[in-house]
Design a protein around this ligand. Structure first.
Ligand SMILES: Cc1ncc(COP(=O)(O)O)c(C=O)c1O
Length: 321
């Protein structure tokens, strides 16, 4: 067999085109990605198979929504990126101003692919680059791999939010540094897959009898009119949406508190919400097959989602970040 050469040792993060039958007229426009200083078509974005993100999951990432081309809570996301990089002892390859320029340019380049509202979600990833030899310990000279892409997003489906979603509880099988937004997501992948196989939208994770978070979301529990969520710590990802929900609740004088929540309290809750940048605030109306509260989105969810939507609008029209 012929030995692979040149490009064969490079990974493509997208599908492989059948180059023999190019259908140029019907080809969808190609999205632009940022890779190590260049804005290029996704088809041309190649990284070496020796990248430590590929071999070890040695890297971190962020997901940042942008409404009307404006990045949502960018400074919060960049602070969390810095914390994640510090957590894995990798220097930040860019200043905040540089990140802002890179991500802003990416959004502009993909504007044509986004809907009329120009709402997009940015994914960015920084890995510890490549080394000639596969070795667990850090390479001596690190040139990080910096990758970012953006995709069109739409508002959460009203049919879903009006009905709420199902969730299941599962044991939290993850490691002890869940506050680092690491690309090493295999436990989260396996947990989410279990939820999907049980027709649920999310797995709510329990550790030592306490609610921690979802497989890719934070969790809120409503009890007698009080909005409760677990306090931050290394056991969970400090969600940007979670923090905003707490801020909005405080601003509008809704009683809210960060506190330990037992699995029993979760099951007795009047309302349960899951939050994330892409899913926003979703009511959970079925937990392990049992109705949550009345089995439909509760009154506090209806209140908080209005404040959240107003905040989103203020980002879109540029009056806030
Ligand atoms: C494990 C985990 N927790 C919480 C969140 C929510 O974070 P954010 O609101 O910043 O999207 C995410 C988002 O992907 C996540 O993966």
């Amino acid at each position: 067999m012929k030995a692979p050469s040149g490009n064969a040792s490079l990974m493509k993060p997208c599908c492989i085109l059948n180059r023999r039958t190019p259908d140029l007229q019907n080809k969808p426009p190609m999205s632009t990605v940022y890779l190590n200083g260049k804005f290029i078509p996704i088809e041309d974005a190649l990284i070496p198979v020796t990248d430590r993100g590929f071999l070890f999951g040695d890297g971190v990432y962020e997901v940042i929504p942008a409404y009307g081309g404006r990045l949502f809570r960018l400074s919060h996301h960049l602070q969390r990126l810095q914390n994640s990089l510090d957590g894995i002892r990798l220097d930040n390859p860019h200043s905040d101003a540089e990140w802002k320029t890179i991500l802003g340019t990416l959004l502009e380049r993909n504007h044509g692919l986004a809907g009329t509202h120009n709402d997009q979600s940015v994914y960015l990833q920084v890995t510890r680059g490549s080394a000639a030899k596969r070795d667990h310990s850090f390479p001596e000279h690190v040139i990080p791999t910096v990758f970012a892409t953006s995709n069109s997003i739409t508002d959460p489906d009203p049919a879903v939010t009006e009905q709420g979603v199902a969730a299941i509880t599962l044991d939290d099988i993850r490691w002890q540094y869940c506050d680092i937004k690491a690309v090493t997501l295999l436990p989260n992948v396996l947990l989410r897959q279990q939820a999907v196989e049980q027709n649920a939208a999310e797995a709510i994770l329990i550790r030592n009898g306490l609610v921690i978070e979802g497989s890719s979301s934070n969790v809120f529990v409503i009890e007698n009119g009080n909005i409760l969520t677990p306090a931050k710590g290394p056991q969970m990802l400090p969600g940007i949406t979670r923090d905003l929900v707490l801020e909005l609740a405080e601003q509008h004088r809704l009683p809210c508190r960060e506190t330990g929540i037992s699995e029993d309290r979760l099951r007795e809750a009047d309302e349960i919400w899951i939050t994330s940048s892409t899913r926003e605030i979703i009511p959970v109306t079925l937990l392990d097959g049992q109705a949550v509260g009345q089995g439909s989105p509760g009154p506090l969810w209806k209140t908080i989602i209005e404040f959240y939507r107003a905040y989103k609008e203020s980002v879109r029209n540029g009056t806030t970040e």
